[in-house]
Design a protein around this ligand. Structure first.
Ligand code: SF4
Length: 112
């Protein structure tokens, strides 16, 4: 027995799949960030890069170019989206960093 699939059914299925796939990607990203262990400031690489979990604790004398607007949440390496309390970082694979953190690698996130 052969079953015919109408063009309408194909288009409808394609539209639904097209709408769901980006949503699934966002959910997977959030789930992945939620499962990451927080980066320890005492981690040798983190310490070498001056990482602090709270930008208020940046050593201004050792980092004269630091500005209070520089936070993980505004960094190009931050994998989170606006409003996320923490997220992954491209520099510290497998770890999460808080939105208000900072390190010497900070670079302005490009405008969306
Ligand atoms: S590279 Fe950017 S997002 Fe990662 S810890 Fe440093 S400032 Fe935060």
């Amino acid at each position: 027995m052969q079953r015919k699939i109408s063009r309408r059914a194909l288009v409808k299925g394609g539209l639904i799949a097209g709408a769901l796939i980006p949503t699934m990607g966002l959910m997977a990203g959030s789930a992945a960030a939620a499962g990451l262990a927080p980066l320890d400031p005492k981690d040798p690489t983190a310490a070498a890069l001056g990482f602090v979990a709270d930008g208020k604790n940046v050593d201004a004398a050792a980092n004269p170019t630091f500005k209070p607007t520089q936070k993980c949440s505004t960094c190009a390496q931050y994998q989170g989206k606006a409003g996320d309390a923490s997220a992954g970082c491209n520099i510290f694979a497998g770890k999460s960093v808080p939105a208000g953190g900072w390190c010497k690698v900070w670079a302005q996130k490009p405008a969306a």
